[in-house]
Design a protein around this ligand. Structure first.
Ligand SMILES: NC(=O)c1ccc[n+]([C@@H]2O[C@H](COP(=O)([O-])OP(=O)(O)OC[C@H]3O[C@@H](n4cnc5c(N)ncnc54)[C@H](O)[C@@H]3O)[C@@H](O)[C@H]2O)c1
Length: 252
């Protein structure tokens, strides 16, 4: 028996680091998984690595309403009604001082994270089974500020607002809604952010983060996937509306 036997799951950002690691755990636990991401080629590669007939893919931009409706409908058509929505797609914004911060980057980053999570919940909920689970990937950046990336910080805070609102809305159907908030993860997404901060501040951002984390290291994508699996599965049936830090104690 797997923790997600025959559960229908959507993973956005499914060809990225955390999304793919989570999709792999979902499949190992018996789930049927729709991977959603921007580019068909990346999706095909990810699905090939998972190598399971319980995996399908759909190329979509999560900030677009029509494309959101399309990936949700494709999931229902392929696997049936949805049990788990993992709204995880994200971009890193841009590291720049506030007074020079590009307005288009601010708008785009909000659109991907906040609007993307809102649209996913709005259009998935009518197609979800009662008792299901929604998980939104926010961040350490969702609970504290930073001088140098206002779009990302604002977007990750906004996702917690989406999560709390949808948790209240979905509770009568026994659908849980939570956020997972990773700290710095050892992957390309975070390395690029840290390289930009290092360039901007002259301080080695990777070392700085490791010093600030009580575990003295970055997290691994599979460690975030473990938290996501807990929230997706019946191990967390009384858990909703909550922010789940997975940050090695960085916010303690
Ligand atoms: N890496 C970290 O240290 C870290 C820490 C905290 C939170 N996060 C969050 O975790 C989530 C996953 O990030 P990751 O670390 O796996 O990075 P990643 O870049 O490997 O994965 C993100 C995925 O989202 C996809 N994506 C971006 N914009 C999209 C859009 N408009 N529509 C559809 N897909 C889109 C990308 O193509 C990519 O595959 C993001 O929400 C990120 O903000 C990451």
């Amino acid at each position: 028996m797997g923790l997600l036997d025959n559960k229908v799951c959507i993973v956005t950002g499914g060809s990225g680091s955390v999304g793919f690691a989570s999709a792999r755990r979902f499949v190992q636990e018996g789930a049927k998984v729709m991977l959603v991401d921007l580019h068909e080629a990346d999706l095909k590669r990810s699905a090939g690595e998972l190598n399971s007939r319980n995996v399908a893919t759909f190329a979509a931009d999560v900030s677009d309403a029509a494309q959101t409706r399309a990936y949700i409908q494709a999931t229902v058509d392929t696997f049936g009604k949805i049990d788990v929505l993992f709204s995880n797609a994200g971009n890193p914004g841009q590291s720049a001082p506030l007074t020079e911060y590009p307005e288009d980057v601010f708008d785009r980053t909000l659109a991907i994270h906040a609007r993307g999570a809102f649209l996913a919940c709005k259009y998935a909920l009518p197609q979800m089974n009662d008792g299901g689970s929604i998980i939104i990937t926010s961040s350490l950046a969702g609970v504290r500020g930073s001088a140098n990336n206002i779009s990302y910080i604002t977007a990750k805070h906004a996702q917690i607002g989406v999560m709390r609102s949808v948790a209240r809305f979905a509770a009568p159907r026994n659908i849980r809604v939570n956020s997972v908030n990773p700290g710095p993860i050892d992957n390309e997404f975070q390395t690029n952010i840290e390289n930009a901060i290092t360039k901007l501040t002259g301080v080695n951002a990777t070392d700085m983060f490791n010093q600030q984390i009580p575990f003295k290291r970055h997290g691994r994508p599979d460690e975030i996937a473990g938290t996501v699996l807990y929230l997706a599965s019946d191990l967390s049936t009384f858990v909703t509306g909550a922010v789940h830090m997975a940050d090695g104690g960085m916010t303690s």
